[in-house]
Design a protein around this ligand. Sequence first.
Ligand SMILES: [Zn+2]
Length: 106
Amino acid sequence: MNALVIWHGTYAEATDLLQAIERNCGCETHNGTLVRCGAHDMLDRDQRAIDGLLFARRIASRLLDEEFGPDRPAADEAAPTPVAAPAKPPARPRRKRRSKTAPGPS
Ligand SMILES: [Zn+2]
C-alpha cells in the first residue's frame, strides 16, 4: 500500500488482506515489464474498494448469523476457500405460516 490509499483497519486485517492478494495475484512480466494485476492496482489506487472490503469483512459474521442462524460456518472458515461448500446447506430458521382460513366472526 502506498500514500494514495489510507488503511483504516488493524494490522491483523491488513495482513489478512495482503495474504489474500498474494494467493490471488495475477501479476506477470511481459517483455521485461511488470504487468500488475487488478488486486495490486486496487491496493495502490482504490480507496473506496479498500474501505468496502474492510467494511464487508467486519459485517460478514453478522450477516451470516442473520441469514443462517447459529449453525452456520464461521466467516473466517468460509471466506478463503470459495470452492469448498458445505455438504448440506445450513438449515434456515422456519417462519410461521399464516393460516389459510380467514378468521371467523367472534
Ligand atoms: Zn499482483
